[in-house]
Write a protein of this length. Sequence first.
Lengths: 351, 328
Amino acid sequence: MTEMKKKQAQQSADQSVNEYVEPIEHDDRYILEVSRLKTYYPIKGGLLQKTVGYVRAVDGVSFRIKRGTTMGLVGESGCGKTTVGRTILRLTEKTSGQVLFNGKDIYGLGRKELRSLRPKMQIIFQDPYSSLSPRLPIGEIIGEAVREHEIVPGNEYRQYLDQIMENCGLQPYHKDRYPHEFSGGQRQRIYIARALALNPDFVVCDEPVSALDVSIQAQIINLLMDLQQKYSLTYLFISHDLSVVEHISDTIGVMYLGDIVEFGSKTDLFARPLHPYTRALFSAIPVPDPTVRMNRIVLEGSIPSPADPPSGCKFHTRCAQRMDICSRVAPEWRETEPGHYVACHLYDEQS
Amino acid sequence: MRNYVIKRLLLSVVILLFVALIIYTIMRSIPTSYVESIARQRASLPGSKSYSEWLEQLNKVYNLDVGILEGYVRTLINMVRGDFGDSWHYNVPVTQKFTEVIWFSFVLGAVAFILEIIIAIPLGILSARKQYSKTDYAVTVFALIGISLPTFFFATILKLVFAIKLGWFDLYGTVGRYYFQLSPFGKFLDIAKHYVLPVATLVIISIGSLMRFTRTNMLEVLNSDYIRTARAKGLSEARVINYHAFRNTLIPIVTIIGGTLPSLFSGALITETLFGITGIGKTAYDAMVSADIPFSMFYLVFLAVLTLLGTLISDILYAVVDPRVRVS
């Protein structure tokens, strides 16, 4: 009863930011379907701590991920990539929109159902050190939830744990050691082992290699790709490192200030980036050849505040190809070629 | 680990020597002099020696005719031998007086301490879990009231309400009027009943800081990445809080608790005085006021030993609860 009252209060409070979203029609080829997802964080202010505004961390994002593929999500820091990853796993509550996982509405589940679904959708965080409890030996970190969810029968538990650790490049005798005794790369492998021990279908990799040095990055990326093959995993790979994303992804979404501005297959996107932001972003990829002259598109200004985003197209304040319409009307999604979507007024006349 | 403990113990001995020197110097330097007051008393008796003659004689008897450093060394040698001397104020051996009164204070301190932990830590966790909720604010206000209340005021209020108006408890003392006619169990109950108000006073005024401390640490832990990991694993909320979060909150709490060891024996002067409990707090206060050097030395050095032990214990506990600082 109180639960319902709370919900009602929540709804009436959020009416200004909440909007009705057409239910997604589930297509079984896709493991994850996200429709117009919004995550706003209230800004409290004043004497009575009233909500005076919202940080629009994620502002109406839609995408789908096919089973067994990897979607890369790129964008500069603060554009809401991480919040997308957390909101689709319901680690952060959404404001509106819909998330279907295997056809199930994540936000329609009760506490218990959500808990039993958790092992199927896992996440790997950026900083493997702070994400591992310093008080637990790693065997316990990896195995705890395996026991809790009874992923394997009790008598096979030890064997299963050893197997997972070996698959992730760890020695089973490491079990009794604590996270601080490992190097950065090992810690990330521990974290990957932790996620995979639960036998997930879908893993959000939230900048899993950003905290590691380059030689280790390659190891971890290759490990993730090997494991994807082995366990037929689906990844959402969040990163600001375009070369890493190019290496691992099948499809890529480009985010700017809480919106996905362009979405397409990796080959399409790298061959023909359409959105001016994507072009600017891709022009910054370093080329390992000193004789090549780089034509960098340098964006002016800094990223606007997500609490007070620009009107119309959010990118218009920094766009070199800005038109009159851009500051007034938000651009619609357009499919310029099969599977390649862009939200930009430059492509209006084509349709 | 063993070497570390031995090293720390040796270091503690050196610290103790200096602490004892400081205490002795202060006791010798304070304006009140036990010897002078006795000499003045004796000299005022009819037909007695003069004040200065008495003073000279008494100084010799009480070993005060030597310099501070020499007096310190003599006292120290006696203390090492286990001879703490007689209390000047109480006229009995120091250790005898001490053992007579310490248990009243210890029981009072220990019961209050245990209750404080039992109440403050869960409250702190509760208000951290429901940060900025009504519960949180209520707990915080309660804690702040406790911290702000002066002991003498709060104890007096408690006495007025529960002893005078309601008549549930006696105003003073540790035993009731009919104590000696009671059965052993009845005696225990009688004593327990007399401890209710003093313990309540101590608990309520001291609960706030531990509760706030727990809350702050719990909040920090709850916002950490590994708690998000624990939630992402699909663990139950109870397990996330009790197993993952609480374990990590324990680290700083343990150090605080180790540091409170001396307070179990130091007594609570105001509370003891108000409730007429002859504990160590009151006893030591009277000894110090009358410049009773042997008793004050024993009491203060004893507290110094406990303080050093307390920090050592909390350092060891730190290593026990936090694998990161374990010395290999």
